[in-house]
Design a protein around this ligand. Structure first.
Ligand SMILES: Nc1ncnc2c1ncn2[C@@H]1O[C@H](COP(=O)(O)OP(=O)(O)OP(=O)(O)O)[C@@H](O)[C@H]1O
Length: 350
């Protein structure tokens, strides 16, 4: 059992703020993903939980006990890093066994524990090999097994898939999800890849510049982004955002007019997702504009449309065909519009 609580946690180096007033309770067995662009403070947050970085302000509690002053080895957490840091001279078996030796675990139990962990990551047939004789994906699985074998209360994973090629990333991602379910261990996972976050997480924390922007389930974050930054960071493609003016419930921007909005007069950022735009017969939509490019995705066609100076994405059926430069017409039903304050990007209304 491990519930982790961060209370007003901050990290500063001199006047530079790496993490600013982070508050969150991570439930026992929860899979929590810290997501954000490079430098937003994800790794620093995780390192503070691991005890590898001192907390400047605030408290970290595990199961209600303050752990700020505990050494990493006394925190009952297992970390998996982006670089696998395996011992090159030891074979896979010895690499996985190593944490058990260091911790003075009864040697009689080692074999069973190592074999169980290696079975979970499907490395049973590779136990005699040295790291140099393994693929990148297999090495990362050794690192996972080495974390599993300790039977920790918490897994901390820092971009564990980022050194793998695209195909391996997808299969290892599925394996991590399955493992976390099977082991039922609280997991904190750092990534800048929103697809990884959406597919793995029970809850996602989106960070920017050391500040938490939103905490929520993947669906909440996708359907109701708290601000324009989150909207632009989540989704593939990201949400279309247009700057414009509202007057009497009518949003106007270059080549765009959307009526019936419940928004105050003044500047506004309007967002919509590619899949929510509705293609309309030629010339009958709210927006008619030239196609900039088309991407055939297999299950759909993504149309990039040049609206004034901006490019917006509109998702069409997989059978949709047109040429670059053709005109396309579409509407943005006002119930699917996301409205954001033009100044600070905060979400308006529901
Ligand atoms: N020891 C340090 N001294 C000063 N600044 C630091 C130190 N470690 C990290 N930082 C700064 O703190 C900020 C947050 O770093 P952090 O590594 O947590 O970001 P991140 O979100 O994990 O990014 P990435 O995805 O690139 O790893 C960055 O701007 C970084 O340069």
């Amino acid at each position: 059992m491990a519930q982790i609580e961060l209370r007003n946690v901050s990290k500063r180096w001199g006047s530079f703020v790496g993490v600013d007033d982070f508050n969150l309770t991570i439930a026992d067995k929860e899979f929590l993903v810290l997501l954000g662009p490079s430098g937003c403070g994800k790794t620093t947050t995780m390192r503070m939980i691991a005890g590898l970085e001192d907390v400047t302000d605030g408290d970290i509690l595990v199961d209600g006990k303050r752990v700020n002053d505990l050494e990493p080895k006394d925190r009952d957490v297992s970390m998996v890093f982006q670089s696998y840091a395996l011992y090159p001279n030891m074979n896979v078996y010895e690499n996985i066994r190593f944490p058990l030796k260091v911790r003075g675990i009864d040697p009689k139990t080692h074999d069973e524990k190592v074999r169980r962990a290696s079975r979970m990551v499907e490395l049973d047939d590779f136990l005699h090999r040295k790291p140099a004789e393994l693929s990148g994906g297999q090495r990362q699985r050794v690192a996972l097994a080495r974390a599993i074998v300790r039977e920790p209360n918490v897994f901390l994973m820092d971009e564990p898939l980022s050194n793998l090629d695209a195909k391996l990333r997808v299969s290892t991602r599925a394996q991590i999800k399955n493992l976390s379910h099977e082991l039922a261990v609280t997991t904190i996972y750092v990534t800048h890849d929103q697809i990884e976050a959406m597919t793995l997480a029970d809850r996602v924390v989106v960070m920017k510049g050391g500040v938490v922007q939103q905490v929520g389930s993947p669906t909440e974050i996708y359907d109701r982004p708290a601000n324009a930054f989150v909207a632009s960071f989540i989704g593939s493609p990201a949400m279309n955002l247009m700057e414009g003016q509202v007057s009497g419930g009518v949003f106007s921007a270059a080549h765009v007019e959307i009526r019936g909005l419940n928004a105050p007069d003044g500047p506004l950022t309007l967002g919509f997702r590619a899949e929510d735009a509705a293609l309309a017969p030629q010339g009958s939509g709210q927006i008619t504009a030239p196609i900039y490019t088309l991407e055939l995705l297999g299950d759909a066609t993504m149309i990039s449309v040049r609206v004034g100076d901006a490019l917006v994405s509109v998702k069409a059926d997989k059978s949709y065909r047109a040429e670059i430069g053709d005109m396309v017409s579409f509407s943005i039903p006002n119930e699917i519009c996301h409205l954001f304050n033009a100044k600070d990007g905060a979400r308006l209304g529901d």
